[in-house]
Design a protein around this ligand. Structure first.
Ligand SMILES: Cc1ncc(COP(=O)(O)O)c(C=O)c1O
Length: 368
């Protein structure tokens, strides 16, 4: 505590600048930040034996029922890797959508860290069905084939769609009928619940989903996700695997208290409802703009559209967002808890202006 206190240090970035790249680009919700500050001070037992993590068990049980056990971790890849390891033996396999985060966006961690075989299935909207599961659900007892043991679904999906409660019920029934367990990657589970207008348990615990990777970061936390075990019979060695996978936080109270801030009241729902509403507003503003093709149903907090590449490049300078598919020119716009109506309207206006310029330039003779 030596030295002169530093005051009025300006941020290194513009705190008013927001884009549509990712809900991970957003900062921390003020109520979450305040909760972290409340948990600060004094000493608490490390590695999860603190009062905040203990209290968190009650909070998750309120949403998922009395059997739920919550294991806070650092990030979503870690939540998935720990969950899937705990649900499988060395010779088992996980059936997932080809577009699943575990298949395309985790640098092979499920394969390399968990040693898992992923059996990926092409899906039209990022959603598995019992029929699609069956493309890979076979070969049990055949020693030449990794044994399908888990079906992993993402809710809401990587493509901004949501499974209905009935769709998940059908997958769970089908998977359990084949002695497979169900894992739900819920990096955006709050957005799905808000979109469906049902409690978090309605499409998870109530249907028999076995394990959930529960997302916090995209819903307004600083960092942290949680493996929520709903069926203790479906996992082994959770505590050991979390540590072995480098996902055991020593100062866990600061992860747990963030979840508490989201889930004890309705902050999780407020944040998700707002993010979803901003996606709907964005879609409404850009649908119908000549040359902009909204590609997929907007059911959570993502909008996918095909744009001329020149327009994308110009817009990205003002509003960061990602190109989803290089070859088709499809881009992804994500909204988050802090997206404002003015952000959406400003972006839509900029898009319309750029599209108009693009049309003009394309019409110029010799413009190429
Ligand atoms: C569907 C899905 N699962 C998991 C994750 C978690 O990833 P991370 O390891 O970056 O927290 C993400 C983040 O983009 C995601 O979109």
């Amino acid at each position: 505590m030596n030295g002169t206190p530093v005051t009025h240090v300006p941020p290194l970035h513009d705190p008013e600048a927001r884009g549509f790249a990712s809900d991970n680009y957003a900062g921390i919700h003020p109520e979450v930040l305040a909760a972290i500050a409340r948990a600060n001070g004094g000493h608490q037992v490390a590695y999860g034996a603190d009062v905040y993590t203990q209290h968190l068990q009650d909070v998750f049980q309120l949403h998922f029922g009395g059997d739920a056990v919550a294991y806070p971790v650092f990030n979503g890849t870690g939540a998935n890797v720990v969950s899937l390891q705990a649900m499988t033996q060395r010779w088992d396999a996980v059936i997932c959508a080809e577009s699943a985060h575990i298949n395309v966006d985790e640098c092979g961690a499920p394969e390399r860290v968990a040693g898992l075989k992923l059996l990926a299935v092409p899906t039209p909207l990022g959603k598995l069905t019992p029929e699609l599961v069956d493309l890979q659900a076979r070969g049990w007892g055949d020693e030449h084939r990794a044994q399908p043991k888990v079906v992993s679904i993402t809710q809401s999906t990587e493509l901004g769609t949501c499974y209905s409660v009935d769709e998940i019920a059908a997958i769970v029934e089908h998977a359990h009928g084949h002695d497979m367990a169900v894992h739900l990657d819920g990096a955006r589970i709050a957005n799905a619940a808000a979109a469906l207008g049902v409690p978090l348990g309605a499409f998870t615990a109530d249907l028999g989903v076995d394990v959930v990777s529960f997302g916090g970061t995209k819903n307004g936390m600083m960092l942290g996700e949680c493996v929520v075990v709903l069926n203790p019979e479906a996992v082994r060695g959770m505590a050991f695997l979390r540590k072995l996978s480098m996902q055991l936080a020593s100062k866990m109270r600061f992860v747990s208290v963030q979840f508490d801030a989201l889930l004890s009241g309705d902050l999780w729902l407020r944040n998700a409802t707002h993010a979803n509403a901003m996606a709907v507003r964005l879609e409404a503003a850009v649908r119908g703009v000549d040359g902009v093709h909204v590609q997929r149903p907007v059911q959570a907090n993502a909008v996918f559209a095909i744009l001329p590449p020149g327009v994308t490049a110009v817009l990205q300078k003002r509003y960061p967002f990602y190109v989803w598919e290089e070859h088709s020119g499809e881009v992804r716009w994500m909204t988050s808890f802090d997206t404002t109506e003015a952000d959406v309207d400003g972006f839509a206006t900029a898009l319309k202006d750029e599209m108009a310029t693009d049309h003009l330039v394309r019409r110029e003779p010799g413009a190429g």
